[in-house]
Design a protein around this ligand. Sequence first.
Ligand code: SAM
Length: 388
Amino acid sequence: MEKIKITLKTFFGLENVLKEELAELGYTSVEIQNRAVQLEGNWKDVYFLNLHVSCAINVLVELKKFRINEEKDLYKECMKIKWNKLFDASKTFAIRGSVHSRLFSHSQYPFLLVKDAIVDTFSNEENTRPDVNTKSPQVAFDLYIKENFVTISLNTSGVPLFQRGYRTETGDAPLNEVLAAGMIRLSGWNRKSTFVDPFCGSGTLLIEAAFLAAGIPSNIERQHYAFKNFNNFDVALWEEIYSAANKRCNELDFEIIGSDKEPEMIVKARRNLRGLPILKLISFKTASFDELTKPEKGGVLICNPPYGERIGDRVEELYGYLGDWFKKEMKGFDCWVISSNEEALKNIGLKPDKKIKLFNGDLECSFRKYRIFEGSRKDFVISQNKLN
Ligand SMILES: C[S@@+](CC[C@H](N)C(=O)[O-])C[C@H]1O[C@@H](n2cnc3c(N)ncnc32)[C@H](O)[C@@H]1O
């Protein structure tokens, strides 16, 4: 099969866990880039990666790389691409990407030039034209310009891969699925111990954790992939890859536990799980976090409490109680909190063992680990002294 350059885009801070995930899937020659990783492969890999990778936003296949000296060079170079060989005029398309170049005074202009080249190619060659659909295109292209250097890629995912196809219900501030999957990997959870989210909202972290523990791709429910709409789509190859993916879920010998103080959120989380093979792995409870008692076996807690973004929201106290509850109830656990609220995080009153910068949408956040020792820290020092 023809060798192609594959780029998987991700969020800031998830590059290393994406590389780690690819290594687990058998891809060892992977180069880390800014918010992306790159590897060589073939179209079989493209189908496989779209289905199996949980920490990527989309999978791109490089089409053409070139240098430009002025705006109009972009159109000229794009007119050399045989767009009408790539897809059919009956399909809608979109161009997304990023431009960091002083050659263009309007940020949207380069996208317009590529669109014009696509439409003009079809009208010259076939006397027809495909329509643009920016929201849910059938085929998608990625344009990346850094100063004079242009890369055009096929976006083989189309709609971003965090649209897994399982989430129909969300609360006010749901976590992005790719971010949630990345946070679980960053936490180092071993997929064999208890997993808790006491602010679970619509259940994103729990659902991603359950898919990971069960070894089922979290995109198993997703139907849309832009690669299905390109002319080279190989149905038989895709069916082979999809049918080889694990869809069966064995019982786990540890718990995945979610709770939220709002009953409505628990209803939503349960609805999101409907029909998923991991349905039975997660147990839910309506409760404020401080009503929960320590699970039988130790493990990892990850939570995304309110950040206090809305005027009048007071979350500093909540974070203070959360720190107290960690110390009292979660001994033996690694407790991770993501928040954009630096002041509230300080109120947790524990020294973080790790701080990782991440972005939740546009909000810069800190993802912090608090290791809660079995005894209190005082007991720990005493027992250490006894040993000496
Ligand atoms: C930012 S949202 C979590 C979103 C969730 N990660 C998701 O992906 O849907 C915060 C959640 O904390 C819940 N919450 C607020 N105070 C709480 C408390 N004291 N105990 C438990 N849950 C609480 C809210 O009801 C809300 O669902």
